[in-house]
Design a binder for this molecule. Structure first.
Ligand code: CP
Ligand code: NVA
Length: 305
């Protein structure tokens, strides 16, 4: 039987995602209480990173160790992946030796092709199109502070990038309204928008999108791979900063998030980043707990297949 993968949020049903977030919070409480969570001795996670990472690498590697297994860092610079070995051949070989694989890369088609040839579950740890693991942490964080996000309004301010597109999928799976405010020309994928037009809208006015929102979210203006566009983007995105003034338009008690790494004074003001009640740091920590719940779900599904 083909293994279960997590390439986008759509790979799990809304009910499965809810259960996963419950489990993530349970694992978090247990971890903080010093619980022994080593359920998967001898299991190995292969981690393929074609782009840089701090949070994703640390959370997957620490998480796998806490679950009793082992994580192996694989970079295209020093594996045959960087010398042109076909993705399909690499997937076949790597998955014959490990129990689960996570991949961070450029084109989303690369993780899809890897998954087709993999005999074990594959996790998308960020592509140019989607970053579903971050959404697990964001949704866990919202729920822990404010309860269910169903029926709420989320405002995305900034680039229509991989994070924004994952918020579009999240709007569907977690049942909220998403208002996107981006500069003209930086909208998310048109087909993805068209498929979610019942709950996702796009405009170019951050203040209008933020009005009454329960959650404001932003991300860098130039993603990994777009470094050469940094300066041009900074001009186009200047009116799209998440700051205290924008937050005053949101609903009382609104939260704000950023997946990090951030540029203080660009997409988010230093004041919000460093506010004592910011949940951004807990959002980052929740990557650990949410991904442990994800690893557990995928390893259990493989064991029961
Ligand atoms: N948010 C996130 O994925 O961070 P890293 O790029 O550091 O992994
Ligand atoms: N949109 C950013 C997210 C980093 C976690 C990027 O792809 O670089």
């Amino acid at each position: 039987m083909a293994p279960r993968h997590f390439l986008t949020l759509l790979d799990f049903s809304p009910a499965e995602l809810d259960a996963l977030l419950d489990r993530a919070s349970e694992l978090k409480r247990g971890h903080r209480a010093g619980e022994d969570q080593r359920r998967f001795p001898g299991k190995v996670l292969g981690m393929v990173f074609a782009k840089s990472s701090t949070r994703t690498r640390v959370s997957f590697e620490a998480g796998m160790a806490q679950l009793g297994g082992h994580a192996m860092f694989l970079s295209p610079n020093d594996t045959q992946l960087g010398r042109g070995e076909p993705i399909e051949d690499s997937a076949r070989v790597i998955s014959s030796m490990v129990d689960v694989v996570m991949i961070r890369t450029f084109g989303h088609d690369i993780v899809e092709r890897f998954a087709v040839s993999s005999s074990v579950p594959v996790i998308n740890a960020l592509t140019d199109s989607f970053h579903p693991c971050q959404l697990l942490a964001d949704m866990q964080t919202y729920r822990e502070h404010r309860g269910s996000i169903a029926g709420r309004t989320v405002c995305w301010v900034g680039d229509g990038n991989n994070m924004c597109q994952s918020y579009i999928n999240a709007a569907r799976q977690f049942d909220f309204e998403l208002r996107i405010a981006c500069p003209p020309g930086f909208e998310p994928d048109a087909a993805l928008l068209a498929a979610n037009g019942d709950r996702v809208s796009v405009g170019h006015d951050p203040a209008a999108a933020a009005t009454g929102a329960d959650l404001l979210v932003t991300d860098v203006w130039a993603s990994m791979g777009q470094e050469a566009e940094q300066q041009d983007r900074a001009k186009a995105f200047a009116p799209f900063q998440l700051n205290a003034e924008l937050l005053t338009r949101a609903a009382p008690g609104a939260l704000y998030m950023h997946c990090l790494p951030a540029h203080r004074g660009e997409e988010i003001s230093a004041g919000l980043m460093d506010a004592p009640d910011s949940v951004i740091w807990e959002e980052a920590e929740n990557r650990l707990h949410a991904q442990k719940a994800l690893l557990e779900a995928l390893l259990d599904s493989a064991a029961n297949a």
